[in-house]
Design a protein around this ligand. Structure first.
Ligand code: FAD
Ligand code: MG
Length: 291
C-alpha cells in the first residue's frame, strides 16, 4: 500500500512527490517517460535554469527526489485506476490512499504537411518559451485557429516582423484592425506546406521564408485514466481539454488530485512545478485532515 501514487513523473509529478517525500509519506511515482517538450533541445523561462535541456531538468529533479527513502519509482504506463468501496484507489492493482494525476498533455498540431517534423525546433507554440531565440527574425503565425490572433499580437514585442498567415480563413474586422495597428502583416492565402527551416509555401505557389512559425495546438490529457476514472474534464478556449480541479488541485473524484499541463488551461514548466507543489501539499493535508 502507498499513501500516494503519482501518475506521471515529469515536472509536475516530481514536484508533487517532493513535497510528500519531505513529509516522509510513502509515495510511488509511475512514469512512462514521454514528456511534452521532448521535441525541444532547450527549455526557457524557468528561473535559475533558463536554457537548460528539458531532459536534464527532469533528470536533476528525479535524482534529488530519489534521495528520499520513502519514494519508490517505477518506469511504465499506468493503464487502469479503479475506485474502491471506501473511496481509496487501486492503481494497476496497487492500493493507494490518494492519487495525483500528472500525466501531461499531447499536442494536436494543425494538419499542414511539414509542420510535425519541425515541431519543437522551428515550429513552436509559446512566444515566451521560444520567441527570444528567433533573434528578431521574421515569424509567421499560422492562422489555423481563431486564437492565433493573440500570439500574433504578442510576438511583435520580440522585435522581428510578424506575419499572420490567415490560411484562407476570414478575420473579423476588429481583429484585422488590431493586427494592423500592431504592425502585423496579413497574408490571406491558404498554406500548402512547410519546407526547409520555416518556409511556407502558399497555394498560389509563393514562398515566404521565416525564422520560425508559431502554431496554436489543441491539447488533451495524454492519458485516458482521468476520464475513465470519472474525473470531470473541462474545455479551454482553444477547444483543448484538461482535468477539472478546484484551487487545491482536487478533481471531482474523491481522493484524486491532478497537476501540471493535464490540469491547467495554460501551461509551462514553472506553472507545472508550482501546480505540483499545490497538489502534493493538498494530498498530504487531506491524509492528515481526513476524519
Ligand atoms: P509532462 O512534462 O508532459 O510529463 C508528463 C509525464 O507523465 C510524462 O513523462 C508521461 O510519459 C507521463 N505519463 C502520461 N501518462 C502516463 C500514464 N498513464 N502512466 C505513467 N506515466 C504517464 N515550457 C517552458 O516552461 N519552457 C519551454 O521552453 C518550453 N518549451 C516547450 C517546447 C515544446 C515543443 C513543447 C511542446 C512544450 C514546451 N513547454 C515549455 C511546455 C512544457 O513542456 C510543459 O508545460 C511541461 O512539460 C508540463 O509538465 P508536466 O509534468 O505537467 O507534463
Ligand atoms: Mg509530471
Amino acid at each position: 500500500m502507498y499513501e500516494v501514487v503519482i501518475v506521471g513523473g515529469s515536472y509536475a509529478g516530481l514536484s508533487a512527490a517532493l513535497q510528500l517525500a519531505r513529509a516522509r509519506r510513502r509515495v510511488l511515482v509511475v512514469d512512462a517517460g514521454v514528456r511534452r517538450n521532448r521535441f525541444a533541445s532547450h527549455a526557457h523561462g524557468f528561473l535559475s535554469r533558463d536554457g537548460i535541456a528539458p531532459g536534464e531538468l527532469a533528470r536533476l529533479g528525479k535524482e534529488q527526489l530519489l534521495a528520499y527513502p520513502t519514494v519508490t519509482w517505477r518506469d511504465g504506463r499506468v493503464g487502469r485506476i479503479a475506485r474502491r468501496a471506501d473511496d481509496t484507489l487501486e492503481v494497476d492493482g496497487e492500493h493507494a490512499l490518494r492519487v495525483i494525476l500528472a500525466t501531461g498533455v499531447r499536442d494536436d498540431l494543425p494538419a499542414i504537411p511539414g509542420l510535425a517534423e519541425r515541431w519543437g525546433d522551428s515550429v513552436f507554440h509559446c512566444p515566451y518559451c521560444h520567441g527570444y531565440e528567433l533573434d528578431r527574425g521574421a515569424v509567421g503565425v499560422l492562422g489555423t485557429h481563431p486564437m492565433a490572433e493573440h500570439p500574433a499580437l504578442l510576438l511583435v514585442d520580440w522585435g522581428g516582423p510578424v506575419t499572420y498567415l490567415a490560411h484562407g480563413h476570414a478575420i473579423a474586422d476588429d481583429a484585422r484592425a488590431h493586427l494592423l495597428r500592431r504592425g502585423v502583416a496579413i497574408e490571406a492565402a491558404r498554406i500548402a506546406d512547410v519546407r526547409d527551416r520555416a518556409t511556407v509555401v502558399l497555394d498560389d505557389g509563393r514562398q515566404l521564408a521565416f525564422a520560425g512559425l508559431l502554431a496554436v495546438t489543441q491539447t488533451h490529457p495524454s492519458s485516458p485514466v482521468a476520464a475513465e476514472l470519472g474525473c470531470a474534464i473541462a474545455t479551454g478556449p482553444t477547444g483543448g481539454t484538461y482535468i477539472q480541479t478546484d484551487a487545491m488541485k482536487q478533481t471531482t473524484v474523491p481522493n484524486v488530485f491532478a497537476a501540471g499541463d493535464a490540469a491547467m488551461m495554460m501551461a509551462s514548466i514553472p506553472l507545472a512545478v508550482a501546480d505540483g507543489v499545490m497538489a502534493g501539499a493538498s494530498a498530504h493535508r487531506s491524509l492528515v485532515m481526513a476524519r
